[in-house]
Design a protein around this ligand. Structure first.
Ligand SMILES: NC(=O)c1ccc[n+]([C@@H]2O[C@H](COP(=O)([O-])OP(=O)(O)OC[C@H]3O[C@@H](n4cnc5c(N)ncnc54)[C@H](O)[C@@H]3O)[C@@H](O)[C@H]2O)c1
Length: 338
């Protein structure tokens, strides 16, 4: 059993703590938040010790791993410091997405984990569902033939106006991770953004670039497209991914609701619908599955490069995001940093 702690006790930190509490591979020892009331109430809820600083937690606890569930600017500004502190102390870290909103920090975090030889995972939880694994298996087995195209849509409603880049930096680590999961690394990016009208009054546009269309060229010559929005209703459909190859295409609809294979040379479809008997029960399951896989891989001491949804993966999607921003600002196609 891994001795774990959770840093950051907002809604998502509590979600991690709850998953650890119920996972047989984890022994939740403590929670930590610089807001004392948050740390205290989470500690009471989960029956563990509260800390109010990472330094103090590291001084008094012998942990194997932590979840970093802080937020900050663009939901990622506060991840750097506690993650680096935990790496310095030799702990494995599962960090919430985005790895960081600051690309220099993100690069340093990945480099530090490597230097210390510790595991680094990012909570890119959307890919941790059985239909995504099945679709990946189809890709690997060659059921689609040679990959040609990928289309991804992810749209929610989020009125956050704290930064122009909140939407792409905070949400699209998820969509781009799904795209990379199926099609690999991206080498070139071109993006257009727009801003919806302000929802709260007459005239003016949102501060946040709340809609985006991104064109992507992958290393394997696949061409891809991402549609993203903060002006939609996710109750209808949160995300959709379509991958096409020379022998057919699949559509993975709404994370796990339905997976369909459309063969190129036959009329017969393969449809896998989420079962009401033992299927994915809801979005919460993506956390359960992701955290369990992390615990499993750390417990089994897999080679560092085998960690699924790793720090490197979290950095790779952030590099694509920075390239998309540069593309819009510079009116050009941008090579993605690798
Ligand atoms: N994977 C997903 O599906 C998913 C969904 C939503 C949010 N998130 C991510 O989860 C993260 C947390 O979201 P939230 O809504 O719970 O945020 P939140 O702001 O409610 O909570 C973050 C907490 O971290 C604490 N904190 C900040 N710096 C700290 C430090 N150095 N040491 C200890 N505590 C510190 C804050 O005091 C705060 O209580 C964000 O990065 C967000 O992007 C992920």
């Amino acid at each position: 059993m891994l001795k774990v702690g959770v840093i950051g006790c907002g809604g998502i930190g509590r979600t991690h703590a709850g998953v650890y509490k119920s996972d047989p591979l984890a022994d939740l020892r403590c929670v930590c938040d610089i807001q004392r009331d948050r740390a205290d109430s989470a500690a009471a809820q989960f029956g563990v010790k509260a800390y109010y600083s990472v330094e103090d937690m590291l001084k008094h606890e012998e942990l194997d791993a932590v979840s970093v569930c802080t937020a900050g600017v663009e939901n990622g500004g506060d991840h750097y410091l506690p993650t680096m502190q935990c790496f310095e102390a030799g702990l494995h870290v599962l960090c919430e997405k985005p790895i960081s909103n600051n690309i220099v920090h993100a690069r340093e975090m990945v480099a530090k984990a490597k230097e210390k030889g510790v595991y680094f995972g990012i909570n890119l939880n959307h890919r941790f569902v059985p239909p995504a694994a099945k679709a990946k298996q189809w890709v690997q087995e060659g059921k689609l033939g040679d990959l040609l195209l990928i289309n991804m849509t992810m749209w929610i409603g989020n009125p956050n106006e704290t930064s122009p880049w909140f939407h792409i930096r905070a949400l699209h680590p998820h969509s781009l991770d799904i795209m990379r999961y199926f099609c690999g690394d991206v080498k070139k990016v071109h993006a257009f953004f727009n801003r919806a009208p302000r929802p709260d009054g007459p005239g003016g546009k949102r501060v946040c670039w709340s809609n985006v269309q991104v064109n992507l060229l992958f290393e394997n010559e696949v061409v891809g497209h991402l549609t993203g929005s903060y002006d939609a209703n996710p109750a209808h459909n949160l995300e959709r991914c379509e991958v096409m190859g020379t022998e057919g295409r699949f559509v993975l609809d709404n994370l796990y609701e339905e997976l369909t294979f459309y063969p190129r040379r036959s009329q017969e479809l393969t449809v896998i619908r989420n079962s009401i008997m033992g299927g994915v029960a809801g979005f919460q399951a993506t956390f359960n599955n992701r955290l369990h896989r992390w615990l499993e891989q750390v417990t089994n001491k897999v080679p560092r490069e085998e960690i699924e949804a790793s720090g490197e993966d979290g950095l790779a999607v952030q590099e694509i995001i920075e390239a998309a921003i540069q593309s819009w600002e510079g009116n050009c196609v941008v090579d993605v940093m690798r």
